[in-house]
Design a protein around this ligand. Structure first.
Ligand code: GLY
Length: 381
């Protein structure tokens, strides 16, 4: 049995949410250990943090039916600039925060009608978006297809390099005194007398702790030992993605660009990310010919200039989808067992508020107002 400080905290999952909560707790001087079953970095695929695109886009991604989630997304969005600055200062890693904004483009009249509906809905929520003609969109992005007939411009939908942000969080967490254990698979969450008691690792080692945070993304519901009422209703939702290389000094795009069922995300180093499929295939994270073909075809329709671009990476990730697409945050009926999972398509965007709110709950015993309607109990009503 490994001796732990009496008030130690264990976090299961070394993604942007687990490390974010861990960083805040370590900054507050609490002994905290993050358990990650793989290695943070490329080896963590298909976990969602490494796989994602880093879009911080609550405005253009606002959908009918998700109005309750929007305030949380907007609050986290508002925290990102300071979070990125603080993270960069603490880690020395540039997290690639970019503020050029996002375009959503329509390639024909049918798409333009849908876009008009989206524009009116999002404006009715008070979101700032600008309607552009096809020519005005091409003035912003000259390589866009001549078939683009209309576009939305969203000045406040930014992006961050999610991979750099994860590496920065790892660094900041360690610098603040956190303990990181990679290649540490949790075999059981230990619960007794209505309280969490720690975890048992696959190696046989037992770690005792009065607080355990489940931030295991798509795997959060599969951890053995969770009582049914504390098991978050989370499932994997596969997204295939790819990256093209474009010249960093002559990029094809500056904005994030969305088309129908595709998005393009330009990075500072010239990488152009193309994403993503949305597939219910359980934990199957295989790439498929059809998935990659659809992404390339849709990307090429928007941006024919990619024709000669080297295809440098293909990958798939598993989003942690909850039953209502909103995250599951906060306490459970098991004393000391806390959830920070189910972020679905918004994990990177929601990282700052998840880190702040969940650490606040652990440090003070109080659930912040911002996350009160996102507890697991909403699924039990
Ligand atoms: N947020 C983008 C995606 O989930 O594909």
């Amino acid at each position: 049995m490994t001796k732990q400080p009496i008030d130690s905290i264990l976090i299961v999952g070394g993604g942007v949410c687990g490390l974010g909560v861990g960083w805040r707790l370590a900054q507050a001087g609490r002994p905290v250990t993050v358990l990650e079953r793989r290695e943070i970095g490329p080896g963590s695929l298909p976990a969602a943090t490494w796989a994602s695109a880093g879009m911080l886009a609550p405005h253009v991604e606002a959908e009918p039916g998700e109005e309750k989630l929007l305030p949380l997304l907007l609050e986290s969005h508002a925290r990102w600039p300071a979070f990125a600055r603080e993270l960069q200062e603490a880690s020395g890693v540039d997290v690639g925060y970019r503020t050029e904004g996002t375009l959503v483009v329509a390639l024909d009249r049918d798409q333009a009608e849908r876009l008009r509906f989206q524009y009116e809905f999002q404006r009715s929520l008070g979101l700032e978006l600008v309607w552009l003609s096809g020519d005005a969109a091409r003035q912003r992005e000259p390589h866009l297809s001549r078939h683009v007939v209309a576009a939305l411009y969203s000045p406040h939908d930014h992006q961050v390099d999610n991979r750099q942000a994860l590496l920065a969080l790892r660094q900041a967490f360690l610098a603040a005194g956190g303990v990181l254990r990679e290649r540490a698979t949790v075999a059981e969450i230990l619960v007794g007398n209505g309280e969490v008691q720690g975890v048992r690792l696959a190696s046989g080692e037992t770690l005792h702790a009065p607080v355990v945070v489940i931030a295991a993304g798509a795997w959060s519901a599969t951890l053995p030992g969770l009582p049914p009422e504390a098991q978050p209703p989370v499932r994997p939702v596969k997204g295939q993605m790819l990256a093209l290389q474009t010249p960093p000094n002559a990029p094809l795009l500056r904005h994030v660009v969305w088309g129908r069922d595709v998005y393009l995300v330009p990075r500072k180093d010239g990488r152009l990310l193309v994403g993503a499929t949305v597939e219910e295939k359980g934990f199957d994270a295989q790439l498929t010919a059809g998935g990659v073909y659809q992404l390339l075809r849709r990307a090429w329709e928007l941006l024919p200039g990619i024709d000669e671009a080297p295809l440098i990476e293909l990958w798939a990730g598993l989003r942690p989808g909850s039953r209502d697409d909103a995250p599951i945050l906060g306490a459970t009926s098991v004393q000391g067992l806390i959830l920070a999972t189910g972020h679905y398509r918004n994990g990177i965007l929601l990282a700052p508020i998840t880190a702040d709110a969940v650490s606040h709950l652990i440090l003070t015993g109080e659930t912040p107002e911002s996350i009160r309607s996102f507890g697991i109990e909403r699924f039990h009503r």
